[in-house]
Design a protein around this ligand. Sequence first.
Ligand code: ASP
Length: 337
Amino acid sequence: MSSSDGGTGRTAGTPDPDPAAPRFGAHAQAPFQGHHILSVKQFDRADLDYVFRVAHDMRTMVDLVGSIDLLHGKVLANLFYEPSTRTSSSFQAAMVRLGGSVVAISEVRYSSVAKGETLEDTVRTLEAYTDVLVLRHHEVGAAARAAVVARKPVINAGDGAGEHPTQALLDLFTIREELGRLDGVTVALVGDLKHGRTVHSLARLARHFGITLRLVSPVDLRMPDDVLADLVEAGVEHSEHRDLAEVIGGVDVLYMTRVQKERFADPAAYEAVKGSYVITPDTMRHLPARAVLMHPFPRVDEIHTACDADPRSAYFRQIAFGMYVRMALLAMVLGRA
Ligand code: ASP
């Protein structure tokens, strides 16, 4: 991640031989300007520190004045083929707080997608009106496909069971803000590790901070082999478990996930594993006093609402941190950070 031309993630008509694996080059002057954000694999430690610094500045700015005109005149296209509450509205709020505006298509069934329009044509249409495109899609690799044709930056807001890079960045930012550090922390990822794109992205970032991972899931929902291979290759300390009780007393972060019902072909298979892990006030008694409980949301039944008042429950603060990180990313890809 050191090339001064920003690596291979350039947009604006520069053909990219492998758009799924561009890297930024955080050492250039406007390091992220004009780049797609498709995968966490694009980020090195310097990039991550930079994102978190800018996000922290955004947090301070919002606390002080609410909004600024940094992106005045810029327009974001929010294109969502799958349901979203937090990702779509936090990108929208991020853009508005930076003085920009948003064109939102979150009901693709009312757009030309319903007439059979390809992803590529929809992307090329929206980029004609806007400066940056946020895309959520049900297919793994959809954002990379969009990036092949797009001349404006594409930000992956979740591609099927693939990745969710901006969520992973906000998850790490949350840990940093909550615990005051990232280096050397132990994180338990719990639940549907097979289909959960947020944990795929988060696990892949562990290498940069010496994070130890405890992977807790039913056998059928284990972390996919390609992610495990990345952990081994990067020397990330990790272990797999069925029983949360084996690890809960030794973690700094307990990261719960929803069983991803929509990714199951067989409803009976979903019924067999749903409700595998439920955090109650009783479970919280085993979580260390200084640890935090996180969840990308939506929660279904993984965390009992009686846990919400526990100061270690960080999930609503995590939601707020998401907006600061997305403000930082928008400012960076538009060359204004
Ligand atoms: N909101 C997250 C996602 O889009 C987590 C989830 O849906 O369970 O991946």
